[in-house]
Structures are given as structure tokens and as C-alpha cells.
Design a protein around this ligand. Sequence first.
Ligand code: F6P
Length: 255
Amino acid sequence: DFMREISGLKVLEEKLKETLKLKNVFVVAGNSDDSPWVKRELGRACVSRIKERLTVNNIVAVTGGTTLAAVADMMQMDCKNLHTLFVPARGGVGESVENEANTICAKMAQHTNSNYRLLYVPDQVSSEVYASIVTEPSVKEILDLIKSSNIVIHGIGDAVTMARRRSTSAAEWDAITTGHAVGEAFGYYFNEQGEVVCKVRTIGMQLEDLQNVSHVIAVAGGASKAKAIQAVIGQGHTSILVTDEGAARELLKSI
Ligand code: F6P
């Protein structure tokens, strides 16, 4: 803590709390855009925040991405007596297997001696197929678990980076560019004002469901994500932000 004090991380945290109107902000040293080990530090810091909040019988919903994969890698704790259940927050949003919410969810459960449930939904299907999938009893059961989660851990991405990483349809690209999207989380694209301009069609947790979640933990770093972080936090659902110096300094610069 003394090291964090003298390296100015505490000052950054206080400034970010004020700017983003957030009670809990945690900043790790470095910029994950430049140094891969910073992502692991984000993961480690995120795990500590989860540990502080985890109580008995919690349902923890997680999203995908490389940052969440780092959180899963850093998770080492025995939660057997806590009866924690890990679930993916939403169905497929177009991530590669190792960065999929399902994979990360299973890994977290393994690393904590907990249980998990998975959600199998194809990435790109018609609205008719989606409508019928949600009525499948086995899917509906998981959806109910997701909606009753107490803790949500999610990543945030730069809008264009995410649209490129996924198979994004022409119509979605159009919405993302004309809507000036800067950030993405949960399959939703946000503009600088924090408004939703495009949404990936998949089942699971919807933005409005976050209102009922006690701890919404956002974990994202790198200077390139500054605008994205600000846009997503602007939604007002976040209870804790775990970020890095790179993102923090860039974000405060633009104010
Ligand atoms: O695709 C899942 C997701 O959590 C997105 O919602 C988010 O924008 C992205 O991953 C973050 O990915 P990364 O941590 O690799 O930057």
C-alpha cells in the first residue's frame, strides 16, 4: 500500500472516482497496451476485489475477452464451502474459444473448486431461432440463474477493435460508425455519451438486468480503452472499476 501511495496510484484512483462518480476504483501500475504483464496484474487486482465481496451461495456471471481470461488465470482460491456458481453472462458474442465467456467461466470454477453452468447459443442466428431457444427448458434454467447473479465481472473494449474482432454485419458496422460508438461491453456498443448505438443479438444478461446485481465489477486497462471505459461507466451500473495507469492517465487527460 505504501508503494502504491508513493507511486501516485492512490491519487489517480481518487481523481477517477471523482470524474467517473464511482465509489470503488482500483488502479494497477503500467499500461496493458504496451506490456502484457499489466493484464495479469489487472487480473490479480480483480481477483482480490472479488474475494472481498464473495459470500456464501453467490452466482458469479462473467463475460469473455483476454482481460477476463487473465482474471481466470490469476484466480486461485478454494471456494468449496462458499458454494459459488459461475455462469457466462451472455451467449456467444463472437470470441475465439479461449476468450469465450463459457471457457472463462469453466476455468474460474476449476481454479476455485466451484461449480459452473454453461450457455450454448450459436453466435449468429435469426431472431426466430433466438425466440425459440429461450423457451428451451435447459436454456431457460441457465437464463434464470444468470438473471439472479449477485456478482458480475465484465470486460470493456474499444468499439472498433471489438467490431473488427467479431464477425460484424454491414448493418451493425453502419450503426457503430454512424452512431460514433467508442466502447463495448456485454455485446452493447456505446457512444461517448454512454448511449447504446448497437447491440449484438444474443441471450443472457441484458443491460437493464445489471440494476439488480449487487456487485458489477468492470476490469479493463490500456490507454486505448480510456474513452470506452468512460462510456461504459457512464451507464451507471458499475460498482467497481479495476483499471491500469495507462487508461487512467489518458482518461483524466481528456477531461
Ligand atoms: O467479447 C467479450 C468482451 O468482454 C467484450 O464485451 C469486451 O469489449 C471485450 O471482451 C474485452 O476484451 P479484451 O479484454 O480482450 O480487451
